[in-house]
Write a protein that binds this ligand. Structure first.
Ligand code: NAD
Length: 257
């Protein structure tokens, strides 16, 4: 399928799932807008690389998804936003009575509130152009819980609820709004959790991966960023035009348990 002529804005896309999704959208012909809160040469170089590899327009826009005004200005600066992928996210793991308030605030702002601001800013343009796709990268933790992840689980459940609401508000427009719920994907966010988990369980890296991290993922395999990109491209296809307000799990069976 071709997404030629469409512009995709992917929040938090200078690494991990966001970059993987941007690559697959570019491979499908979409112009892409990469984003994160940094403004380094290497961020802009990522966009140049995608433009070269897939012969699409690509730009990198610095905007901090913890700030509502930045979320809205990202959409404005992008010029067009036919496809919005809300992907920026962070994690912090602690029991609720020891959960630092600044971490709670940051997770709720970046993982959930940013979706509100970008969707509010992007929808008028989608309605005007007569086509739009919103894909919110939630999580298996948008459907189930794990201990020590109160802020993350709250934010991701919030994203799933917001996705359904926006789908109903846009149901009569040629716009869809869905959430993808990945299980464990090996990205820098997950990589950063490995040393702590190894220490906590007194296990080596491979043992922690198979026995602890993938314990709830029946396939015992990480999902890949390419698979999440492919799922996003599918949700942007004509075949998915009547899929709206739902969650699509890419979790090796986690939420079937
Ligand atoms: P990652 O750390 O590789 O990527 C996170 C991205 O968000 C980075 O590009 C980072 O720069 C960006 N970001 C962080 N704070 C930001 C801010 N204030 N403003 C703008 N950008 C910001 O992690 P990832 O695993 O690729 O996570 C991407 C998304 O996928 C997150 O929403 C995460 O919750 C979700 N997710 C990940 C997994 C997994 O196993 N990796 C599973 C389920 C859901």
């Amino acid at each position: 399928m071709s997404l030629q002529g469409k512009t995709a804005v992917i929040t938090g896309s200078n690494s991990g799932i966001g970059l993987g999704v941007a690559r697959e959208l570019a491979r499908a012909g979409a112009d892409v807008v990469l984003n994160s809160f940094t403004d380094r040469d290497e961020d802009h170089a990522l966009a140049a690389e995608l433009a070269r590899e897939f012969s699409v327009n690509a730009q990198y826009i610095q905007a901090d998804m913890s700030k509502g005004a930045d979320c809205r200005s990202l959409i404005e600066q992008a010029g067009a936003c036919d496809i919005l992928v809300n992907n920026a996210g962070i994690q912090h793991v602690a029991p609720i009575d020891a959960f630092p308030q600044d971490k709670w605030d940051a997770i709720i702002a970046i993982n959930m509130n940013s979706n509100f601001h970008t969707m509010a800013a992007a929808l008028p343009g989608m309605r005007a152009s007569g086509w739009g796709r919103i894909v919110n990268i939630a999580s298996a933790h948008g459907l189930t819980a794990s201990p020590f992840k109160a802020a993350y689980v709250a934010a991701k459940h919030g994203v799933v609820g917001m996705t359904k609401t926006v789908a109903l508000e846009t149901a009569e427009d040629p716009i869809t709004c869905n959430a993808i719920c990945p299980g464990y994907v090996l990205t820098p966010l997950v990589e950063a959790q490995i040393p702590d988990t190894m220490e906590k369980y007194n296990m080596g890296r491979e043992e922690v991966i198979k026995k602890v991290m993938l314990e709830r993922q029946p396939s015992r395999e990480f999902a890949t960023v390419e698979q999440l990109g492919g799922t996003t491209v599918f949700l942007c296809s004509d075949a998915a035009a009547q899929i709206t307000g739902t969650t699509l799990s890419v979790d090796g069976g986690w939420t079937a348990l």
